[in-house]
Design a protein around this ligand. Structure first.
Ligand code: NJP
Length: 270
Protein backbone atom coordinates (compact mmCIF):
# COMPACT_ATOMS: atom_id res chain seq x y z
CA UNK A 1 0.00 0.00 0.00
CA UNK A 2 1.30 3.46 -0.81
CA UNK A 3 2.43 5.71 2.02
CA UNK A 4 0.40 8.76 2.99
CA UNK A 5 2.30 12.04 3.25
CA UNK A 6 0.92 15.27 4.74
CA UNK A 7 2.93 18.34 3.72
CA UNK A 8 2.50 21.94 4.88
CA UNK A 9 3.26 24.93 2.65
CA UNK A 10 2.91 22.80 -0.49
CA UNK A 11 1.80 25.67 -2.75
CA UNK A 12 5.29 26.90 -3.59
CA UNK A 13 9.01 26.40 -3.10
CA UNK A 14 10.40 23.40 -1.25
CA UNK A 15 6.98 22.13 -0.11
CA UNK A 16 5.73 21.92 -3.68
CA UNK A 17 8.90 20.01 -4.69
CA UNK A 18 8.52 17.57 -1.79
CA UNK A 19 4.87 16.98 -2.76
CA UNK A 20 5.92 16.31 -6.34
CA UNK A 21 8.79 13.99 -5.37
CA UNK A 22 6.66 12.02 -2.89
CA UNK A 23 3.86 11.63 -5.44
CA UNK A 24 6.33 10.55 -8.13
CA UNK A 25 7.73 7.95 -5.70
CA UNK A 26 4.24 6.43 -5.37
CA UNK A 27 2.94 8.13 -2.22
CA UNK A 28 -0.52 9.59 -1.74
CA UNK A 29 0.01 13.24 -0.83
CA UNK A 30 -2.16 15.50 1.28
CA UNK A 31 -0.73 18.80 0.03
CA UNK A 32 -1.78 21.61 2.36
CA UNK A 33 -1.49 25.38 1.99
CA UNK A 34 -3.30 28.51 3.04
CA UNK A 35 -4.83 28.47 -0.44
CA UNK A 36 -5.65 24.99 -1.77
CA UNK A 37 -6.40 26.66 -5.11
CA UNK A 38 -2.72 27.62 -5.29
CA UNK A 39 -1.78 23.95 -4.77
CA UNK A 40 -4.17 22.83 -7.50
CA UNK A 41 -2.75 25.49 -9.80
CA UNK A 42 0.81 24.36 -9.03
CA UNK A 43 -0.05 20.76 -9.96
CA UNK A 44 -2.46 21.39 -12.80
CA UNK A 45 -5.54 20.38 -10.82
CA UNK A 46 -6.55 17.72 -8.30
CA UNK A 47 -4.97 14.34 -9.00
CA UNK A 48 -5.47 10.70 -8.03
CA UNK A 49 -2.70 10.73 -5.46
CA UNK A 50 -2.39 14.43 -4.70
CA UNK A 51 -5.12 16.13 -2.71
CA UNK A 52 -5.17 19.83 -1.86
CA UNK A 53 -6.37 20.82 1.63
CA UNK A 54 -6.63 24.30 3.17
CA UNK A 55 -4.36 24.74 6.16
CA UNK A 56 -2.98 27.92 7.71
CA UNK A 57 -0.64 26.37 10.27
CA UNK A 58 -1.32 29.15 12.79
CA UNK A 59 -4.86 27.75 13.12
CA UNK A 60 -4.66 24.82 15.58
CA UNK A 61 -8.28 23.79 15.02
CA UNK A 62 -7.74 23.64 11.28
CA UNK A 63 -4.63 21.48 11.83
CA UNK A 64 -6.68 19.03 13.92
CA UNK A 65 -9.45 18.95 11.32
CA UNK A 66 -7.04 18.31 8.43
CA UNK A 67 -5.21 15.53 10.31
CA UNK A 68 -8.51 13.84 11.23
CA UNK A 69 -9.88 14.11 7.71
CA UNK A 70 -6.66 12.76 6.19
CA UNK A 71 -6.71 9.74 8.51
CA UNK A 72 -10.40 9.15 7.83
CA UNK A 73 -10.06 9.37 4.04
CA UNK A 74 -6.69 7.72 3.52
CA UNK A 75 -6.36 5.47 6.60
CA UNK A 76 -3.21 6.97 8.13
CA UNK A 77 -0.53 9.63 7.98
CA UNK A 78 2.83 7.90 7.52
CA UNK A 79 4.96 10.99 6.94
CA UNK A 80 4.33 14.54 8.14
CA UNK A 81 6.48 17.23 6.54
CA UNK A 82 6.43 20.40 8.59
CA UNK A 83 7.68 22.68 5.85
CA UNK A 84 5.62 25.92 5.95
CA UNK A 85 7.60 28.91 7.17
CA UNK A 86 8.96 32.31 6.24
CA UNK A 87 11.58 34.83 7.35
CA UNK A 88 11.49 38.22 9.03
CA UNK A 89 14.79 39.60 7.75
CA UNK A 90 16.68 42.56 9.15
CA UNK A 91 18.24 43.89 12.32
CA UNK A 92 16.47 43.06 15.58
CA UNK A 93 15.68 46.62 16.67
CA UNK A 94 14.06 47.40 13.33
CA UNK A 95 11.21 44.94 14.04
CA UNK A 96 8.00 45.73 15.85
CA UNK A 97 7.01 43.33 18.60
CA UNK A 98 4.10 42.23 16.38
CA UNK A 99 6.51 41.19 13.63
CA UNK A 100 8.58 39.14 16.07
CA UNK A 101 5.45 37.42 17.39
CA UNK A 102 4.25 36.72 13.84
CA UNK A 103 7.57 35.01 13.10
CA UNK A 104 7.16 32.71 16.09
CA UNK A 105 3.43 32.20 15.46
CA UNK A 106 4.22 30.65 12.09
CA UNK A 107 7.66 29.04 12.35
CA UNK A 108 7.41 27.68 15.89
CA UNK A 109 3.83 27.64 17.20
CA UNK A 110 2.34 26.87 13.78
CA UNK A 111 4.72 23.96 13.29
CA UNK A 112 3.88 22.73 16.79
CA UNK A 113 0.14 22.94 15.96
CA UNK A 114 0.52 20.52 13.09
CA UNK A 115 2.78 18.13 15.02
CA UNK A 116 0.31 18.17 17.91
CA UNK A 117 -2.51 17.28 15.50
CA UNK A 118 -0.67 14.44 13.76
CA UNK A 119 1.45 12.84 16.50
CA UNK A 120 -1.48 11.11 18.31
CA UNK A 121 -2.38 9.27 15.09
CA UNK A 122 1.23 8.14 14.67
CA UNK A 123 1.59 7.13 18.32
CA UNK A 124 -1.60 5.07 18.09
CA UNK A 125 -0.06 3.06 15.25
CA UNK A 126 3.44 3.05 16.80
CA UNK A 127 4.63 4.17 13.39
CA UNK A 128 5.35 7.33 11.42
CA UNK A 129 7.96 9.91 10.51
CA UNK A 130 7.96 13.64 11.24
CA UNK A 131 10.19 15.62 8.89
CA UNK A 132 10.84 19.15 10.13
CA UNK A 133 12.24 21.74 7.75
CA UNK A 134 14.40 23.82 10.04
CA UNK A 135 17.39 25.69 8.61
CA UNK A 136 21.11 26.08 8.98
CA UNK A 137 19.86 29.29 10.60
CA UNK A 138 18.58 26.99 13.34
CA UNK A 139 22.22 26.18 14.13
CA UNK A 140 23.98 29.46 13.29
CA UNK A 141 22.80 33.07 13.60
CA UNK A 142 24.10 36.26 12.07
CA UNK A 143 23.42 39.99 11.78
CA UNK A 144 20.17 40.40 9.88
CA UNK A 145 18.97 36.91 10.70
CA UNK A 146 18.42 37.27 14.44
CA UNK A 147 14.62 36.93 14.47
CA UNK A 148 14.42 34.18 11.86
CA UNK A 149 17.24 32.29 13.59
CA UNK A 150 15.58 32.73 16.97
CA UNK A 151 12.47 30.98 15.60
CA UNK A 152 14.47 28.18 13.96
CA UNK A 153 16.74 27.69 17.03
CA UNK A 154 13.48 27.25 18.94
CA UNK A 155 12.28 24.68 16.40
CA UNK A 156 15.57 22.81 16.81
CA UNK A 157 15.39 22.78 20.61
CA UNK A 158 11.76 21.68 20.60
CA UNK A 159 12.17 18.97 17.97
CA UNK A 160 15.45 17.59 19.35
CA UNK A 161 13.68 16.83 22.63
CA UNK A 162 10.30 15.85 21.15
CA UNK A 163 12.07 13.35 18.86
CA UNK A 164 13.43 11.55 21.92
CA UNK A 165 9.96 11.45 23.48
CA UNK A 166 8.47 9.94 20.31
CA UNK A 167 11.18 7.41 19.44
CA UNK A 168 10.26 4.79 22.07
CA UNK A 169 6.71 4.89 20.68
CA UNK A 170 7.83 4.01 17.15
CA UNK A 171 7.61 7.55 15.70
CA UNK A 172 10.79 8.74 13.99
CA UNK A 173 11.91 12.24 13.13
CA UNK A 174 14.22 13.91 10.66
CA UNK A 175 15.42 17.48 11.11
CA UNK A 176 16.46 19.17 7.87
CA UNK A 177 18.86 22.11 7.87
CA UNK A 178 19.16 23.52 4.36
CA UNK A 179 21.47 26.28 3.23
CA UNK A 180 20.17 28.84 0.75
CA UNK A 181 17.55 27.39 -1.64
CA UNK A 182 16.19 28.87 -4.86
CA UNK A 183 12.61 29.47 -3.75
CA UNK A 184 10.48 32.55 -2.99
CA UNK A 185 12.03 32.61 0.50
CA UNK A 186 14.03 35.87 0.05
CA UNK A 187 11.47 37.42 -2.25
CA UNK A 188 8.96 40.06 -1.25
CA UNK A 189 6.30 37.38 -1.89
CA UNK A 190 7.48 35.57 1.27
CA UNK A 191 10.11 37.46 3.25
CA UNK A 192 9.26 40.45 5.39
CA UNK A 193 11.66 43.16 6.43
CA UNK A 194 12.17 45.23 9.56
CA UNK A 195 10.14 48.46 9.35
CA UNK A 196 11.66 50.77 11.98
CA UNK A 197 14.38 53.17 10.80
CA UNK A 198 17.33 53.40 13.18
CA UNK A 199 20.13 55.67 11.92
CA UNK A 200 22.83 53.74 13.83
CA UNK A 201 22.03 50.67 11.74
CA UNK A 202 21.13 52.40 8.48
CA UNK A 203 24.32 51.58 6.59
CA UNK A 204 24.56 47.97 7.84
CA UNK A 205 20.87 47.39 7.09
CA UNK A 206 21.28 48.80 3.56
CA UNK A 207 24.23 46.44 2.97
CA UNK A 208 22.20 43.53 4.30
CA UNK A 209 19.24 44.36 2.02
CA UNK A 210 21.61 44.57 -0.95
CA UNK A 211 22.96 41.11 -0.04
CA UNK A 212 19.41 39.70 0.12
CA UNK A 213 18.46 41.30 -3.21
CA UNK A 214 21.59 39.91 -4.86
CA UNK A 215 21.06 36.43 -3.42
CA UNK A 216 17.34 36.28 -4.27
CA UNK A 217 16.94 34.02 -7.29
CA UNK A 218 20.56 32.87 -7.43
CA UNK A 219 20.75 30.78 -4.25
CA UNK A 220 22.98 27.72 -4.72
CA UNK A 221 20.53 25.12 -3.38
CA UNK A 222 18.11 23.29 -5.69
CA UNK A 223 14.83 22.60 -3.85
CA UNK A 224 13.98 19.72 -6.21
CA UNK A 225 17.23 17.93 -5.26
CA UNK A 226 16.56 18.42 -1.57
CA UNK A 227 13.02 17.08 -2.06
CA UNK A 228 14.40 13.93 -3.69
CA UNK A 229 16.87 13.45 -0.80
CA UNK A 230 14.06 13.79 1.74
CA UNK A 231 11.89 11.23 -0.07
CA UNK A 232 14.84 8.81 -0.28
CA UNK A 233 15.73 9.25 3.41
CA UNK A 234 12.09 8.76 4.44
CA UNK A 235 12.26 5.30 2.87
CA UNK A 236 15.30 4.31 5.00
CA UNK A 237 14.77 2.28 8.13
CA UNK A 238 15.69 3.99 10.32
CA UNK A 239 16.04 7.38 8.66
CA UNK A 240 18.88 9.61 9.88
CA UNK A 241 18.07 12.15 12.61
CA UNK A 242 19.48 15.06 10.57
CA UNK A 243 20.17 16.24 7.07
CA UNK A 244 22.36 19.31 6.61
CA UNK A 245 21.80 20.16 2.95
CA UNK A 246 24.18 22.17 0.77
CA UNK A 247 27.89 23.02 0.90
CA UNK A 248 27.04 26.44 2.33
CA UNK A 249 25.06 24.92 5.21
CA UNK A 250 27.76 22.35 6.01
CA UNK A 251 30.43 25.04 5.97
CA UNK A 252 28.48 27.37 8.30
CA UNK A 253 27.50 24.53 10.64
CA UNK A 254 31.08 23.20 10.69
CA UNK A 255 32.49 26.65 11.51
CA UNK A 256 29.95 27.01 14.33
CA UNK A 257 30.97 23.65 15.78
CA UNK A 258 34.67 24.59 15.61
CA UNK A 259 33.92 27.90 17.31
CA UNK A 260 31.84 26.17 20.00
CA UNK A 261 34.58 23.60 20.66
CA UNK A 262 37.12 26.39 21.07
CA UNK A 263 34.84 28.40 23.36
CA UNK A 264 34.01 25.32 25.44
CA UNK A 265 37.71 24.46 25.80
CA UNK A 266 38.47 28.05 26.85
CA UNK A 267 35.65 27.83 29.40
CA UNK A 268 37.41 25.09 31.40
CA UNK A 269 37.06 25.78 35.12
CA UNK A 270 40.20 27.32 36.57
O1 NJP B 1 9.90 29.31 0.89
P1 NJP B 1 8.67 29.79 -0.04
P2 NJP B 1 10.64 27.89 1.00
N1 NJP B 1 0.43 28.54 6.93
O2 NJP B 1 8.47 31.19 0.41
C1 NJP B 1 3.89 28.61 3.21
C2 NJP B 1 12.83 26.80 5.09
N2 NJP B 1 14.13 27.21 4.57
O3 NJP B 1 10.02 26.87 0.17
O4 NJP B 1 2.31 31.86 1.34
C3 NJP B 1 0.64 27.69 5.92
O5 NJP B 1 8.95 29.52 -1.46
C4 NJP B 1 3.71 29.39 1.92
O6 NJP B 1 2.35 29.34 1.55
P3 NJP B 1 1.58 30.63 0.90
C5 NJP B 1 11.85 27.90 5.40
O7 NJP B 1 12.09 28.51 6.65
C6 NJP B 1 14.22 27.86 3.39
O8 NJP B 1 12.08 28.14 0.83
O9 NJP B 1 0.21 30.53 1.46
N3 NJP B 1 1.60 27.86 5.00
C7 NJP B 1 4.60 28.59 0.98
O10 NJP B 1 3.94 27.44 0.50
C8 NJP B 1 10.54 27.13 5.40
O11 NJP B 1 10.32 26.52 6.65
C9 NJP B 1 15.49 28.24 2.92
O12 NJP B 1 1.65 30.38 -0.57
C10 NJP B 1 2.39 28.93 5.11
C11 NJP B 1 5.73 28.15 1.89
O13 NJP B 1 5.27 28.26 3.25
C12 NJP B 1 10.79 26.04 4.35
O14 NJP B 1 12.19 26.00 4.12
C13 NJP B 1 16.61 27.97 3.66
C14 NJP B 1 2.23 29.88 6.14
C15 NJP B 1 6.96 29.01 1.72
O15 NJP B 1 7.45 28.88 0.43
C16 NJP B 1 10.09 26.29 3.03
O16 NJP B 1 10.38 27.59 2.55
C17 NJP B 1 16.48 27.32 4.86
C18 NJP B 1 1.20 29.66 7.07
N4 NJP B 1 0.94 30.50 8.07
C19 NJP B 1 15.23 26.95 5.31
N5 NJP B 1 3.18 30.84 5.98
C20 NJP B 1 15.69 28.95 1.63
N6 NJP B 1 14.69 28.94 0.75
O17 NJP B 1 16.78 29.51 1.39
C21 NJP B 1 3.90 30.49 4.90
O18 NJP B 1 17.59 27.04 5.56
N7 NJP B 1 3.44 29.36 4.37
Amino acid sequence: MSKIWLITGASRGLGREIARAARDAGATVVATARSPAAVREAFGGEQDRLHAFALDITDAQAANAVASEAVERFGAIDVLVNNAGYAELGFFETFTEAAVRRQFDVNLFGTMNVARAVAPHMRARRSGLIVTISSVSGLVSNAGGAIYSASKFAVEGWMEGFAQELAPLGVRSLLVEPGMLRTDFMDGASARFGSIDIPDYAEAVAQYRAFVDRANGSQPGDPARLAERIVALAAQDPPPARLVFGDDARQWAGAKIDQLRQEIAQSADA
